[in-house]
Design a protein around this ligand. Sequence first.
Ligand code: GO6
Length: 311
Amino acid sequence: MEKSRVLVVGGTGYIGRRIVRASLAQGHPTYVLMRPEIGLDIDKLQMLLSFKAQGARLLEASLDDHASLVAAVAQVDVVVSAMSGVHFRSHNLLLQHKLVEAIKEAGNVKRFIPSEFGCDPSRMGHALEPGRVSFDEKMEIRRAIEEANIPHTYISANCFAAYFCPNLCQMRTLLPPKEKVCVYGDGNVKVIFVDEDDVGTYTIKCVDDPRTLNKTIYLRPRENILTQNEVIMNWEKLSGKILEKIHIPAEEFLASMKDMDFASQVGVGHYYHIFYEGCLTNFDIEDGADATLLYPEVQYTCMEEYIKRYV
Ligand code: GO6
């Protein structure tokens, strides 16, 4: 079978660049949207040029110019959106809506993967304010996709490794703690960590697969389903140093939200659902599949390996 043509929107971002690399590596004719809004962002521009040098085609279009977007989408079979939900949240919601509109009008797209890549938002109807906005907005985009009858796949990528694992699940740092570590409750809730390059690999694996059509695909690498205590133990073994554990009861953790800036409040809500409630692992997959079982040939990166670079 001919490999589908893949357009990545948000292709210079943290996950988008990995999706572009995976698309090239898996032999798809790869297109990356180049928006005039790039302005003077020289790093993004140079990344786009390096993708071009590796064989990607850059498509110039503005999300504010509907016709240009329809023309871009008309050239491909698959659209993957990896627009950041972290920066300029409401702005990107509008842009994703415009992308859905363009895909609807073009009418040729065989698969759309919207920007999700975290918890499954359909399971987060109970999420706390203000963090729930992430999930509500993703559900709003899902409704638009489904109302327009656009063939789609939703990717639940769980916890991006670099944000959640080497820091031993601590907030507001990306580095391992040196003396003490805050443990969420008893630290025994199962969480799922995924190497960011593997998010790209599995996402692209899904695009031509009939088994993933109109489904939610979860990334659940068996060896990366770990409790916080296990993550801490792995690091202690590697660093040869035992850390002091400070257990934080759920109520105390939630109360810590009130003196924080907005972004941190969002984070605390997400951490609560992940580390106390166990929202990534407290369910069996129903209308979907685990990508690691669909694609056993992918050699994913284990967290034990991943954290070695932080020693
Ligand atoms: C990641 C973060 C890390 C926040 C999800 C504050 C949506 C999801 C796993 O951008 O707010 O320190 O599922 O101080 O569905 C951020 C958010 C994590 C990363 C969570 C996220 C995960 C969003 C922090 C911090 C390391």
